[in-house]
Design a protein around this ligand. Sequence first.
Ligand code: DX5
Ligand code: ZN
Length: 213
Amino acid sequence: MNRVLIAPSLLAADFSNLHHEVQAVHQAGADWLHLDMMDGHFVPNLSFGPLVVQKLAGGALPLDVHLMVTNPAEYLQPVKKLQAHSMVVHVEACVHLQRLLSAIRAEGMLAGVALNPSTSPEFLEYVKDDLDIVLVMTVNPGFGGQAFLSSMLPKIKRVRQLVGSQPRITVDGGVGENNAKALVEAGADVLVAGNSVFSQADYAAAIAALRPL
Ligand code: DX5
Ligand code: ZN
């Protein structure tokens, strides 16, 4: 099994002090930095895009870009320019998913596919050789601080059965100390954490609390 990684989500950080926040979670032991890009169409919210992330430059953490946009293919080059580690696109926004996943890999990034809570994972059977990451949304995307949907636990198990042991399974939304262990037992190996890290005074303690025993 892959080592479990903790990916704080910048969406929950103090936007008036982003540079400091990125440095702080890095020093606190984060493995990846999760970046939620939203367009106000795919989800009913706007966050930030590649331009803002570019200004943050210099962060040594691998950048995990989660695109909640209707036209993810158009972000391939802007995200590549950020030297992102991974680019995760929603299957619900991709007419030609296999083509886009191949293009992401061809640009030297890990290719990820995200599933809304109501999306069946069965389609993964046909793209399992083309992906490096499956992101299971454990809330409806668009906002931080929502309650975890426990109905997603069996779905994570099903995703693990479908894709095998190699791809990473990221869980995103409502992840915290109370459910981290169950999520890892179900097959997740990347825990995205927004409020459960950034709402705490001690980021290092918050990240450590998410690591399963
Ligand atoms: C929601 C985003 C999440 C969000 C998670 O659409 O994809 O990454 O930041 O926030 P928490 O961990 O607070 O639920
Ligand atoms: Zn996300």
